[in-house]
Design a protein. Structure first.
Length: 285
């Protein structure tokens, strides 16, 4: 599905997959995607659709951009169908479908912990609980969760019982640790764009611009390099511990919320320009 510009030049078409009705605590997903859609129309012919409609529609477009579509667990069957259809048609998808972070579930946190990477200690088997830090409460959550769906705080005994009862490898357990703040680093492809942090621990999504140090960026880039994505938007979420160290919380590589309303106009404009260039680079020449 393409249309000619007034000058007769062919413009690529883009299917923007989003759920404008999805409600997230502390965030306005719909506002962000309405803004992005309006700016992407400067370069592409853009149409918006719900995740449940993506598989049926994507054949008519040159490329697909997955944005704030809500947790995949709310429409898993439709998500799997669109991925299968995109591969069948060889439609360029943004982000590409081979991410190793949240796109594939949170198994990567267990793998990273075992490999000694700086992540919050994470296990998925009751037998692996004893080496975790001895704290009063632990966090338990599903590997395929998002937006804190299914997240609970439990005791060590409760965590062990939950892991024994659950389907093998379906849950994660982490110690609940004290930290100074959470900070997120935003990348397009492998290029750092900006960082934001939440100085108030009780207000996770009340974010402020953060001046990332060289050490901070070295930390974040370690996880961007670990991932297999050559293109796409990624958000590295970390927490700053009491001793000043950073630990990975999540590597968001499916449809990370960007908090574009929390950055200055110059940063926002640079992000949009870089996104257009990145998406266009996936299209056939």
């Amino acid at each position: 599905m393409t249309a000619a510009s007034p000058a007769g030049a062919r413009r690529p078409s883009l299917l923007l997959v989003t759920d404008l009705a999805y409600e997230a605590r502390g965030r306005r997903y719909c506002d962000e995607d309405i803004f992005l859609g309006s700016r992407l129309r400067e370069t592409f012919d853009v149409a918006l659709c719900h995740p449940r409609d993506a598989a049926a529609l994507l054949g008519g477009f040159d490329t697909v951009l997955i944005r704030n579509s809500g947790p995949v667990l709310h429409h898993r069957e439709a998500y799997d169908a669109y991925r299968s259809r995109a591969r069948e048609l060889r439609t360029p998808v943004y982000n590409p479908l081979d991410g190793r972070g949240d796109m594939a579930g949170k198994e990567y946190l267990v793998e990273m912990d075992r490999a000694g990477l700086p992540v919050i200690p994470t296990v998925d088997r009751a037998a692996d609980l004893p080496p975790l830090p001895d704290v009063s409460r632990y966090v338990i959550k599903p590997k395929l969760g998002a937006d804190s769906v299914g997240l609970r705080f439990v005791t060590a005994a409760e965590a062990a019982a939950e892991l024994e009862r659950a389907a093998e490898g379906s849950l994660l357990v982490q110690p609940r640790i004290d930290f100074l703040h959470e900070v997120s680093f935003y990348f397009i492809d492998h290029d750092f764009q900006y960082a934001l942090y939440a100085p108030d621990l009780e207000r996770r999504w009340v974010l402020e611009p953060y001046a990332a140090s060289a050490a901070d960026l070295e930390f974040a880039r370690r996880f961007i390099s670990w991932n297999s994505l050559t293109h796409g938007i990624q958000r590295v979420d970390a927490c700053r511990t009491a001793d000043g160290a950073l630990l990975l919380v999540e590597l968001e590589d499916l449809n990370p919320y960007l908090s574009l309303d929390r950055v200055g106009e110059e940063v926002r404009e640079a992000f949009v320009a870089r996104l257009k260039t990145s998406i266009a680079s996936l299209l056939p020449r």
